[in-house]
Design a protein around this ligand. Sequence first.
Ligand code: ATP
Length: 293
Amino acid sequence: MMQIFMPLNFLGFVYREMKGAFASIEHMFELLKLKPKVIDAEDAQPLTVAAGRLVFDKVCFSYSPERPILRDLSFVVEPKQKVAIVGASGAGKSTLFKLLFRFYERNSGLISIDGQDIATVTQASLRAALGVVPQDTVLFNGSIVDNIRYGRIGASDQDIQEAIALSHLQPFIEQLPQGWDTLVGERGLKLSGGEKQRVAIARTLLKRPPIWIFDEATSSLDSHAEKSILSAIDRVSTDHTALVIAHRLSTVVNADKIIVLDKGAVVEQGDHLTLLALGGQYARLWQAQQAGV
Ligand code: ATP
């Protein structure tokens, strides 16, 4: 019976995932509302990622001509660096990621991965290279292991076990009544935000993308859940280039570089201590969050 239901579950899941439009980071892209504005160039080549170096060079973008959103946005993420993007609401964080995924085309400037302009590569290869860990992961009705396996359907049990260990899901799964065969989703066990995010990390580990994008949860996680997520992100990002959209600054302290956006431009960049010492916008954001403002 399960064999019959699984594909239906998957179909329902894929539909909900599309409808929920990749929840959170993914919902901000509002996929379904976007008409396919961007199409592959006729001679588009597949992106080949070796090191995973990402460059934004003087990128300008506006949704409508009268209102520039990104202004000469420039930064570099070196291979295997963990870089956090911070900035007030409306600063342009989501827009930057929409351009990276090519949901929109930049107006000018260059976005490149390992020296290849993302406008010249196939969108399928670009999106395959980018692994997204959304804030709010959609789980389909099925076992927890099937939900993880969705990252790469052909993954071996050993690969899955490794992904579970790396994403700190082991203690959670061990205390479930049927272990990783426990049913989850709408008709099964409900997972907390932090647990779902760790499932997303395990899924993405199986996908093995060279570049990771974490959308840090805006809703507060309890400190145990937050620690687990942060240490999973740290472990993953030692081997991969990682970009974190940071809403609460909790993920940024260990970042190799923090990019501070204001009104679509980079106003400061550096690591946590450097930016605190600068006493500018980041230091003010940090102090405000420490004070719980
Ligand atoms: P938040 O932290 O609140 O998610 P953000 O830094 O991600 O904010 P963006 O969502 O990138 O900011 O928005 C930057 C600006 O672009 C905002 O002024 C927003 O109103 C505008 N904007 C975003 N999406 C669109 C759109 N589809 N059409 C027109 N304007 C948009």
